[in-house]
Design a protein around this ligand. Structure first.
Ligand code: ADE
Length: 251
């Protein structure tokens, strides 16, 4: 997968060289390219922002550097790019909330481009213009405000790249975690390792029973209870047809 990120803080993306993603890049599974928006300014101060029309607090990013930077990125498609070009992701607290299902969709794309806004965001004409040329998605991490899109890029790229074949060593682990479609999007049950007793706390006996059916039922019950308690919104969206009688007794 090719990922291009345009930002005024290229250094913010350095964590994407570490750990599993660093290895995925070294192995050629992820081709991540970070571009400095200020390379596309033409004044002495390398200005990217200005005051908003209509007044209001803070500064907005001007459209011209974005137009130049994104045109340059789009002019260099990877081999095998989608006929409609990349998905252009614009992190914003006003975007659609990014979820695991969105990560799964993006993991099927050969090319993602991220535009990181700073200050109060990017002049709205940038999204308007590129929406006619590529598929644009404004994405939010959640209901809070960050200082810019870079942290959102770290989150989205990690969530997507770990779904690419070969990035996470054990493919089954991806199906067994919280929010996985294979488990109806539920939160994961609590998990334990050795020792069997720690500070007076025992590992639930069923997990050492060797009875796979009972272990699976226990995990499903715990997942349902935990999800009902912490995320009633997920339980409300459960497909009742996907629930068996034992599920319904827990709920
Ligand atoms: N930029 C600022 N706040 C954000 C958020 N909540 N999600 C994504 N990008 C953002």
């Amino acid at each position: 997968m090719r990922v291009d990120v345009v930002t005024i803080f290229p250094g913010y993306l350095q964590p994407l060289s570490l750990s599993l993603l660093g290895r995925a890049r070294a192995d050629g599974l992820l081709d991540l390219r970070v571009h400095d928006l200020r390379e596309h300014t033409h004044d002495r101060h390398r200005t990217v922002d200005d005051t908003p029309y209509g007044g209001g607090a803070g500064m907005l990013m001007r459209p011209e550097p974005w137009g130049e930077a994104l045109d340059a990125v789009l002019a260099d498609p990877p081999p095998g790019a989608h006929p409609q070009g990349p998905v252009l992701l614009v992190p914003s607290p006003a975007g659609e909330v990014f979820r695991q299902a969105g990560a799964v969709e993006l993991a099927a794309e050969p090319w993602l481009v991220f535009a990181c806004g700073r200050y109060e965001g990017i002049d709205a004409r940038v999204v308007q213009h590129y929406a006619d040329r590529v598929r644009v998605r404004e994405v939010s991490l959640g209901d809070y405000v960050l200082n810019g899109g870079e942290v959102a890029v770290l989150v989205v790229v990690e969530a997507v790249a770990r779904l690419l074949p070969g990035v996470v060593g054990n493919a089954a682990s991806i199906e067994e975690e919280s929010h996985a479609a294979a488990h109806d999007g539920l939160l994961e049950a609590p998990a334990y390792t050795k020792p069997p007793t720690w500070r007076g706390l025992d590992v639930p006996a069923v997990l050492s029973s060797g009875h796979h059916g009972l272990v699976a039922r226990w995990r499903r019950d715990e997942a349902l209870r935990r999800t009902a308690r912490r995320r009633p919104d997920i339980v409300a969206g459960l497909d009742v047809a996907a629930c068996d009688g034992a599920d319904l007794r827990v709920l």
